[in-house]
Design a protein around this ligand. Structure first.
Ligand code: BGC
Length: 376
């Protein structure tokens, strides 16, 4: 058993032992239990899974991982007896749709936990305060929710690390393709309303900015700030349009590489590039979507970042189980993610970079993606 007794006091420890029958043990490395300093995240009395309602609010269906993880959490929780409502908020007015979805969930008197991957991490303050006032625990899924006290836990891949891996893999690909440089590169970032996008960007730029400063990387468009290169809504079409415009800077030069923040945006960029250059530029990605893994195996997209939706969903279900048992969910980071009100108790998972060379190894336990690697 992985849960630990909270430092919040003997009473809680006794409760943990009584309710969950769990011994405090140092099972998984690097993890520790939340302390009492994290307001709102101490263990409550617990609840009966069979007499409870869990709401899962996902942002959109257009990236595979939201579908895989949403369905896995629903299936796994239902198998344990919880009643689950899974909602997506696709469409142009995604934020309002998500607020409406959450409000409907909160109206259910049996609601115990909300799992929320925010469309816009700045806009859920009011609706989540309503949830908190009814004693509902809130787990932010993948994207941090800002400016609210009413979030208890956060389960995510290490977002800064994702960016660092993207930046480093772009450099590795460039070095392999055109040893020594200098390299002409264009930069893309994710959606400004997604709290993760800035983390990815900062991580990637920690690798790329020194190269830009030294002149080893040249950005002919001179578009190098987050606001200049962001892609609202993570839209592949918007990215394709911007890349098409950027090609105007390359009428007599080779584009060597593009920083792409995720696979969807990457495919938009690749579509715009088409056959413009004799050598296809090094283009990054994120999410290990099957369509992009195919492109990687074909030698077109250079890299992606694997963030197993299964592992992330499993970890979140474990948190719900802990809350039901009246225990404090295990977290392994209490300092990295501040939502402008407090440091949020976080369980960080480790992302992995994927290229053609290591794809089979990275996807060894992922049947579907392994099949893609093997030509399926
Ligand atoms: C997720 C990425 C995803 C993007 C667009 C981000 O918050 O972390 O995995 O590609 O949203 O859906």
């Amino acid at each position: 058993m992985k849960n630990r007794i909270a430092k919040t006091g003997a009473a809680l420890g006794v409760l943990t032992l009584l309710v969950g029958g769990v011994a405090a043990c140092g099972s998984s490395s690097g993890s520790r239990t939340a302390t009492s300093s994290a307001a709102g995240s101490s263990a409550a009395a617990g609840f009966d899974p069979k007499d409870s309602f869990i709401g899962i609010a996902m942002p959109e269906r257009s990236s595979d991982n939201w579908i895989i993880s949403g369905e896995k959490m629903k299936t796994d929780l239902e198998a344990k007896g919880y009643t689950v409502n899974l909602q997506y908020s696709d469409g142009t007015n995604g934020t309002q749709t998500q607020i409406n979805n959450l409000q409907t969930m909160i109206n259910n008197p049996k609601l115990k936990v909300l799992i929320v991957a925010a469309v816009d991490g700045e806009k859920l303050n009011q609706v989540l305060s309503d949830a908190a006032s009814k004693g509902v625990k809130v787990i932010a899924y993948d994207r941090l929710i800002n400016n609210t006290e009413a979030i208890d836990y956060y389960v995510t891949y290490d977002n800064k690390k994702v960016g660092e891996l993207q930046g480093q893999s772009l450099l590795d690909g460039l070095e392999a393709q055109k040893p020594g440089g200098p390299w002409n590169v264009e930069l893309f970032a994710g959606s400004p309303d997604d709290n993760n996008a800035k983390f990815f960007w900062d991580g990637a730029m920690s690798k790329l900015q020194p190269m830009i400063d030294s002149g080893k990387i040249v950005v002919p468009s001179k578009q190098t700030t987050f606001n200049q290169v962001a892609t609202p809504g993570w839209s592949a079409e918007t990215a394709q349009r911007r890349m098409t415009t950027l090609l105007g800077f390359y009428t007599s030069a080779q584009l060597d590489g593009v920083l792409a923040p995720n696979d969807k945006v990457s495919r938009g960029i690749q579509a715009a590039i088409g056959t413009t250059f004799p050598t296809f530029p090094v283009v990054t990605g994120q999410d290990a979507e099957a369509d992009s893994v195919k492109l990687i195996m074909q030698g077109k997209q250079y890299s992606t970042i694997y963030k197993s939706a299964f592992d992330q969903a499993e970890r979140t279900v474990m948190m719900v189980d802990s809350l039901a048992a009246g225990e404090t969910p295990e977290v392994n980071d209490t300092t990295s993610y501040n939502n402008k009100i407090k440091n949020v108790d976080t369980y960080l998972l480790t992302p992995k970079v994927v290229t053609k060379e290591n794809a089979a190894e990275v996807f060894a336990n992922d049947e579907k993606l392994l099949a893609v690697v093997n030509g399926g």
